[in-house]
Design a protein around this ligand. Structure first.
Ligand code: CA
Length: 284
């Protein structure tokens, strides 16, 4: 999978950089040991040369040098161990439980339909080094209601429509750092919709609807699946099936996604982690 390459390569690069650093440190250690031994041998030579002469000062010097090298070795080993520990603790991001999208014209992941009530949410985490790409999309099958989450110049932009009046919320910056997982939560609470990215929150209020049912998000029969990272390419020939047709022309997301969780009508108000239904990462 091409997509996995950049992330995994970076993963590997930083790991191998770490290993190189550690190897360099080990080399330095080995070098300093060799150097130390050579110097000690030199000192011993000096000692041998001076056996007949002033043996006392040479032995003291040798002892001091041994102490010095031993101290330096210990210090270097400590730094080297600290480096490895820091790399393990704060180094390359983990891709456990994540799936990777290559960002090609056909890559996407499909999840079960999300049927939000006016007290529901959808959340996920992403990791990328690309500033733009469609993160998530779902709609009512081509009528009015939709949710589009997009990364725009390193910022999360949510566009949504629950009652014929589209709204936009934007949160975050420089989210395409390629090293950190960023968490996106979209939560509905009555007339309020909130977008939270890494605990920074923005909200939008809907006007009171003419009919309470207008606040519904489509229905379970007609709604599209939830698409992450892009949409299936057959949508390009059936734009009328989309409430926001422009979504198929958006750049696809290149990066990793994990922990897609819904609270909706089907989850009885309990957050439920979703499994991928279909997943396409490359041209065929
Ligand atoms: Ca609606």
């Amino acid at each position: 999978m091409q997509q996995e390459k950049p992330l995994q390569t970076r993963h590997q690069v930083s790991e191998s950089e770490g290993e190189e650093e550690a190897a360099k440190e080990n080399d330095k250690d080995a070098l300093s040991e060799l150097e130390g031994r050579r110097r000690l041998q030199g000192a011993r030579g000096l000692q041998d040369d001076n056996i007949k002469g002033s043996l006392g000062p040479a032995i003291i010097q040798q002892h001091r040098q041994r102490q010095l090298f031993s101290h330096r070795r210990k210090r270097r080993r400590l730094w080297s161990m600290l480096g490895v520990w820091l790399l393990l603790a704060f180094g390359a991001p983990s891709l456990a439980d994540a799936f990777v999208l290559e960002g090609s014209q056909t890559s996407y992941a499909q999840f079960r339909k999300w049927l939000p009530t006016t007290n529901s949410s959808i959340e996920f985490e992403f990791l990328t080094d690309q500033p733009n790409g469609i993160l998530l999309y779902t709609d009512d099958g081509g009528y009015y209601d939709f949710i589009e989450v997009k990364l725009v110049e390193g910022t999360v932009r949510l566009r949504f429509n629950f009652d014929r009046e589209p709204k936009v919320l934007t949160v975050g910056q420089n989210l395409n750092d390629g090293r950190t997982w960023h968490k996106v939560i979209i939560a509905r609470n009555g007339l309020e919709t909130a977008l939270t990215v890494d605990q920074i929150r923005a909200t939008a209020q809907l006007p009171k609807p003419k009919r309470p049912e207008d606040l519904n998000f489509g229905n379970i029969t007609l709604n599209s699946y939830v698409y992450v990272g892009g949409l299936p390419s057959w949508y390009t020939t059936r734009l009328s099936n989309l409430a926001l047709p422009s979504v198929v022309f958006e750049p696809r997301f290149q990066g990793a996604i994990r922990n897609l969780v819904y609270v909706d009508e089907g989850s009885e108000a309990k957050p439920r982690r979703q499994e991928v239904m279909a997943y396409r990462v490359r041209e065929r």
